[in-house]
Design a protein around this ligand. Sequence first.
Ligand code: KIV
Ligand code: ZN
Length: 397
Amino acid sequence: MNRQIQIFDTTLRDGEQSPGYSMNKSEKLRLARQLERLGADVIEAGFPIASDGDFDTVKKIAETVTESSVAGLCRTRPIDIETAAKAVEKARKPRIHTFIATSDIHMKYKLCKTREEVVDSAVKAVELARSYCDDVEFSAEDASRSDPQFLYEIFEAAISAGATVINVPDTVGYALPWEFGELIKGIKENVSNIDDAVLSVHCHNDLGLAVANSLFAVQNGAEQVECTINGIGERAGNASLEEIVMAIETRKNNMNYSTGIRTKEIYPASQLLAQITGKGVQPNKAIVGDNAFAHEAGIHQHGVLKNPLCYEIMTPESVGLTCNKIVIGKHSGRFALGKKLEEMGYQLNKDELNTAYKSVTRLADKKKVVDDHDLISIMAMMRNQPAPEPQKIASGG
Ligand code: KIV
Ligand code: ZN
């Protein structure tokens, strides 16, 4: 049976928390609207107690967004919960997300609390949150390094207190996929009331495993995945929304899941985030990087031009790009060059194509990518026409 996985986007909270990614109120609002267009089930809009600005922003997003749930994060302290409740109260679908650490190291050094005290704080927090809001998520921070028996205990207590979502964070990105999958399976099997709540995961990318861990969790029963656009987030980031969604979409033959994400809005969301923060996406980033649908090697170009499926497992259009990119460089072949020049309006016979190809490879030895302007100059020189800015070729660009 096909299972729909809830997508909880935390770009505006965990993502925004990372160095260099802070956004102001109007920027966050623009991004929240795009996340709604994208079809995120939940938008975590911020941490309302953190500052007056954060509170105002979460409130504004809650008043604006109507399709997605809007969540505000809070610790277990009553003042945190009351502030989060106030910030999301006008949302059509509000959620309060409260968390406390459950690993021995965090309880001992950060919280200075015993296990009993932590369970008590969690229960009281969930009860208070439920007095304001019907949808309450409880997270056990550093769950992947917590004693599983203790997790079963605290989750059972949180659900009994009224939690509607139970979240299992791999806060420090320490888990291995099969290990994290086992943890989720254990929670499913040992928390007696787990079916009364949605089981969620929240993975960080310190070992580059956040997406793999999230997918293993889904395979073992997780129903909600927390993630961010472009994978931004604390330290090495969070699980990337676009990678999780497109893995599920592309490999439906292996995983019988779906999401409510409108995949054509993925690229616009990624670009909007990059534009707002001034932080570009690494070129080889899966799905949304500049090179994700670019082909330079001759053999690849030949294959893609004949049938894109030779080297593309999803279409660029499916994630909101208009087409793939054939890059002319030193690895390109005559076939791709001919096609490219044809698209630019040049009809070349075999000899002309050979001459153009020699000029292109010579130039490509000097500069990494031969762009349209270079090709126009090469064609102009070949045809004894005035070349626009010929110095660009001579200098190698
Ligand atoms: O990484 C983490 O543990 C978190 C929680 C607050 C969910 O971001
Ligand atoms: Zn996190």
